[in-house]
Design a protein around this ligand. Sequence first.
Ligand SMILES: *[C@@H]1O[C@H](CO)[C@@H](O)[C@H](O)[C@H]1NC(C)=O
Ligand SMILES: *[C@@H]1O[C@H](CO)[C@@H](O)[C@H](O)[C@H]1NC(C)=O
Ligand SMILES: *[C@@H]1O[C@H](CO)[C@@H](O)[C@H](O)[C@H]1NC(C)=O
Ligand SMILES: *[C@@H]1O[C@H](CO)[C@@H](O)[C@H](O)[C@H]1NC(C)=O
Ligand SMILES: *[C@@H]1O[C@H](CO)[C@@H](O)[C@H](O)[C@H]1NC(C)=O
Ligand SMILES: *[C@@H]1O[C@H](CO)[C@@H](O)[C@H](O)[C@H]1NC(C)=O
Length: 502
Amino acid sequence: MNIIHLKFYVLVVFFGVQSYGFTEFYNLSDDDFFYGTFPTDFEWGFATASYQVEGGWNEDGKGESIWDEFTHRRPNPVVDNSTGDIACDSYHKYKEDVRLLKDAGANYYRFSISWSRILPDGTPSNINQAGLDYYNNLLDELKANGMSAMVTLYHWDLPQPLEVQGGWLNETMADYFEDFARVAYKNFGDRVDKWLTFNEPWVFCVLGYGNTVLAPGVPEPLHSHYDCIHNVLKAHANAYHLYKNEFQQRQNGKCGITLDSNFYQPADVNSRADVEAAERAQQFSHAWMGSPLFHGKYPDVMRELVDAKSKADGFLTSRLPTFDSYWAGRINGSLDFLGLNHYSTELVQASVETRPDWWGDRNVTTFRDPSWEGSVSGKDVVPWGFRKILNWIKNTYGNPPLYVTENGYADDGTVGLNDQGRIRFYTKYTNEMLKAVNIDGCNVKSYTAWSLMDNFEWTNGYTHRFGLHWVNFTDPQRQRLPKASVATLRKIIQDNGFPMTN
Ligand SMILES: *[C@@H]1O[C@H](CO)[C@@H](O)[C@H](O)[C@H]1NC(C)=O
Ligand SMILES: *[C@@H]1O[C@H](CO)[C@@H](O)[C@H](O)[C@H]1NC(C)=O
Ligand SMILES: *[C@@H]1O[C@H](CO)[C@@H](O)[C@H](O)[C@H]1NC(C)=O
Ligand SMILES: *[C@@H]1O[C@H](CO)[C@@H](O)[C@H](O)[C@H]1NC(C)=O
Ligand SMILES: *[C@@H]1O[C@H](CO)[C@@H](O)[C@H](O)[C@H]1NC(C)=O
Ligand SMILES: *[C@@H]1O[C@H](CO)[C@@H](O)[C@H](O)[C@H]1NC(C)=O
C-alpha cells in the first residue's frame, strides 16, 4: 500500500462510504500484497455442518430432519441424486476429523448440532442419549487436543415433525427452538466457547420458503421468506436471552448469530443511482437481519419499499411484518458478537422490479464482472469485496466484534489434491482481511475456513468440493486426504498472517 492509497483511504474515512466520487477507494490495492500480522489473540478454525458431514441419518434413535425428507424425495432434487445418509461418515469418524484439525493448526472447530439427533421429534419430551453421547465425545476429543468449540445450533436441519406444523412459518418455532437450545447449553455448554444460534437465515428462509432450491422447499406463498426471517429472529432472541440469563455466568461462553452476505458493488461508482442501489441491496440482505439485531427494526429502505409495493399489489398488510415493542426490544442488541459468512461480490444497478417477493422488492439488478475469476459454485473470486463487506459492517453497526464463520472456495474435484485455485483464494482473501483489520480498524476476532473437508453441498450434492481435505465418497471408509491448500493455510495460521520477514 503506497502513500497515495493511504491518502484516499483517509479521505474516505472522513467523508464516509457514501463518497462515491472517490473511485480510487474502490481500486485501493486490489493487487497490492499487504504484509503484517493479526493481533495476538486472533483465532483460526475450520467449519462443517451436521447434515453435510455426519451421515448416520437414522442411526441410534436419530429422528428425521427436513433434509432427510428432501433428499429422499423422488425425483431427488439434488443434482447427482445423492443424499447425506452417509456423507463423510463423521458420526463414526469424528476422531479422525479432530486429528485433521489439529494437523492443520486449528485453534477451534466450528460444527453444528443435528436437532433431530438429540431430540428425535423436535421436543425435549424425548431426549436421545446416543445423540448427546456423540456431541459429548466430539467436544471431549477437541478439548483433549487443545482446541475449543464454536457450535452452531441450527444449520438448516429442522426436525421433520416440526416442519409438519409449518416449520419456520409458524411462530411457535421460536419456543421449540428455545427448548432445543436449553438442552444443548445444559449438556454441552461447559465446553463451548462460542454459540451461534443460526447459520445464514437469508439462505434457508429465501431458498427454502417461497422457493424450492433448499429444504423444506415450500413454494407458496412467494413472499413467505419474510415470515420465516421474522420467526427466526424471535427464536434467536429467545435462545440468546436464555443463554444470558441461565448459562453464561457459569459457562463463560459467548452467543451470537451468523449472517451471510455478498458485497454489493455499484456497477458504476460515479452513478448516484447505482451507489444507492448497491446500498439498498446491502440493506435488503445483511441489514434485513442486522438492523433488527443492532437497531431494533427492519431497515427503513425495506420498510418503505416493501410496504409501498405490497399496497400496490393489493395486499391488505405489508409482506414485511413488523415487530411489536416487546419483540423489538428483545431482539435489539441480542448478540455478544456477529458471525459473518462471506464468499463473493456482485455488481449492482438500479432497476424497477415487479415480482412480489424479496427478489423484486429490492428494485435492483445484480450481475458479475466478466473479468472476475469464476468458480464451479457460481461464486466469483473477488478478494477486495471481503475487505469492503468488513468495512461496511464496521460502519453500519458501530464496529461490533466480528467472527468470520465461513469463507471458502469450491472446485469440481478434477484438480484432485493440487488445488491451486483454493490456495490463491485463501491467500488473497485472508490478505484482504488483514488490510481490513490492520489498516481499516475492523474488529475481526477470528477466521473460519469453509470447509474442513469436502462434504454434501446441499442441492449440488457431491459435485462441488469446498474442502481443504479431499474425501473419497466412493470409499466405504470415506478416506480423507489433505489437499495442497492445507499447507498454505497452516502456514498463514502459524504466522498469524503474513509477516514481512518471509
Ligand atoms: C480504477 O482506477 C483507474 C485509474 O487508475 C480508473 O480508470 C478506473 O475507472 C477505476 N475503477 C474503478 C472501479 O474505480
Ligand atoms: C437422477 O435420477 C433420475 C430418476 O429419478 C434420472 O432420470 C437421472 O438421470 C439421475 N441423475 C443422475 C445424475 O444420476
Ligand atoms: C403451529 O404450531 C402449533 C404448536 O405446535 C400448532 O398447534 C399449530 O397448529 C401450528 N400452526 C399451523 C398453522 O400449523
Ligand atoms: C436499539 O438499541 C439501541 C442501543 O441500545 C438504541 O439506541 C435504539 O433506540 C434501540 N432501538 C429500538 C427500536 O428500540
Ligand atoms: C421500485 O419499483 C416500483 C415498481 O415495482 C416503482 O414503482 C418504484 O418507483 C421503484 N422505487 C424505487 C425507489 O426504485
Ligand atoms: C476411492 O476409493 C475407492 C474404493 O476404495 C478406490 O477404488 C479409489 O481408488 C479411491 N479413489 C482415490 C482417488 O483414492
